[in-house]
Ligand binder design. Structure first.
Ligand code: BES
Ligand code: MN
Ligand code: MN
Length: 457
């Protein structure tokens, strides 16, 4: 693989310019007015893949944003690797706290700043440049490769499960590799073997027929904003545990060995609050911070609305209040079952003085657990050792990539999560960035992975 590694080193500046060009396309999947940019990003990627030497490249339609497909299938006796990533990004405005335009990438202190730099344009693109580096030097890949790069990950991949089912045969593979997460540090790579799932809902509390004069009615009509606050306050106990009956029933317990292994990736409270700016850590006292985020489910209030919050005073007793909630789930929790439990619990415990509606929202996903003893894991370990110069540790991640469970179940393919980001990259936040050294090492690691998987599968 040395010629490929040399090619990647020699072309580092060109690869970086190409990544800048991709970041410049504002492919925000959730905004209807960006649909043209999303399509443009798909076309840009398809062109880039063709020039890399990838074959059968196609922008394939779905009921939503398209999937970019491409393959190279000339290694008949070798395994097939499915490379998944996403070219869509989260919304970003300069006013959110960015130092510059989120879609005008700039290089500063060895990092490229721009929306999507780490999530997931930079990480996904590393695989395309790895394949290019091998094809343009060696001329043939050690294994077969199929790319599935989607444009709807940031809105919960609504159209990808039917796409996978429809193209089940075309997408068959021995292993799926995904670079859409982070490692512990540049000196200490890590392999994620658990991702959390998701269930989303909203609670609407209705009180009086219209907003009322709080002097004429206050004290004898239950205020919906207050009632909602009471309902929400009741969803956790003083230790941060969710009080919904049955919520933890399907949570797989951590074994002593797993806790010991996970403790190698633990983070101190001081480092934790330095990273996120909160005054203190919070949560279930009998679990470490890494366990709380990686192995425990949550119920999170994403926002509450109701009544008056303008400047000054308005003596109003509001007619309604709303809260948005998402739960992060862990194996083996089921998103629908958890929603049903929460709905039933709130409906049964809500006071009769208000009317409460609990509605499910789109965007749920199953949690995923990856077998760390699968042969493909050995290839990933070897790849990190060669690409980063250190053996990886195994860890759990709090974020969600709902399609991972579909790859495992619909396609029956084992998944390897091989992140190239760092958790300080600010994905979804202002000044998102990707370290150019991680881009370089990511490409090398992806080259080593394709080489190593040839013999381990
Ligand atoms: N790449 C992230 C998921 C992730 C985050 C993995 C951190 C590992 C570490 C992905 O793009 C993402 O943001 N997922 C959403 C899923 C949702 C939109 C259905 C998430 O986790 O909120
Ligand atoms: Mn992502
Ligand atoms: Mn994301």
């Amino acid at each position: 693989m040395q010629p490929a590694l040399d090619y990647a080193a020699q072309n580092a500046a060109a690869f970086r310019q190409q990544l800048f060009d991709l970041i410049r396309i504002p492919s925000v999947s959730t905004l209807p007015e960006r649909a043209g940019a999303v399509r443009e990003a798909a076309q840009w990627l398809a062109d880039n893949m063709r020039r890399a030497g990838i074959e059968n490249v196609a922008v394939m339609p779905t009921a939503g944003h398209p999937v970019v497909y491409g393959d190279w299938l000339h290694a008949p006796d070798a395994p097939t690797v499915l490379i998944y990533g996403h070219y869509d990004v989260q919304p970003a405005e300069k006013a959110d706290g960015w130092d510059g335009d989120p879609f005008q990438p700039v290089e500063r202190d060895g990092k490229v700043y721009g929306r999507g730099a780490t999530d997931d344009k930079g990480q996904m693109f590393a695989h395309i440049k790895a394949v290019e580096s091998i094809l343009q030097t060696v001329g043939a890949l050690p294994v077969n490769v199929k790319f599935v790069i989607e444009g709807e990950e940031e809105i919960g991949s609504p159209n990808l499960p039917p796409f996978l089912a429809e193209h089940k045969d075309k997408l068959g593979a021995d292993v799926c590799v995904i670079s859409d997460g982070s490692i512990l540090s540049e000196a200490q790579p890590s392999i994620v073997y658990a991702l959390r799932g998701l269930t989303a809902l909203e609670i609407e509390v209705h009180g009086p027929a219209t907003d009322l004069h709080s002097g004429m009615y206050g004290g004898a009509v239950h205020n919906p904003v207050q009632a909602l606050a009471e309902i929400i306050a009741g969803l956790h106990d003083a230790d941060g545990r969710v009080t919904v009956p049955g919520f933890y029933d399907d949570v797989l317990a951590l074994s002593a060995e797993e806790r010991a292994e996970l403790s190698k990736t633990d983070i101190s409270e001081a480092d934790w609050i330095a990273q996120n700016g909160a005054p203190a850590a919070w949560g279930e006292p009998e679990f470490s911070i890494r366990e709380r985020v990686g192995a425990r489910p949550t119920l999170e209030v994403n926002g509450m609305a109701g009544g008056f919050y303008g400047a000054g005073v308005k003596t109003v007793l509001p007619a309604r209040a709303l809260a948005k909630i998402t739960c992060r789930l862990v194996a083996d929790q089921n998103p629908q079952k958890i929603f049903d439990l929460i709905k039933r619990h709130i409906e049964q415990t809500a006071p009769p003085t208000v009317r409460v509606e609990v509605r499910g929202l789109k965007g749920s996903g199953h949690p995923a657990l990856v077998d760390i003893n699968a042969p493909s894991m050995r290839a990933a370990i070897t790849a990190y050792e060669r690409g980063f110069g250190a053996p990886p540790v195994f860890m759990r991640e709090g974020g969600s990539i709902p399609i991972v469970a579909d790859f495992q179940q619909t396609l029956g393919v084992p998944v390897v999560l091989m992140g190239f980001g760092l958790n300080t990259d600010s994905p979804h936040g202002p000044n998102e960035h990707f370290h150019l050294s991680m881009f370089r090492k990511g490409i090398d690691t992806a080259i080593h992975f394709l080489d190593a998987i040839k013999t381990t599968e």
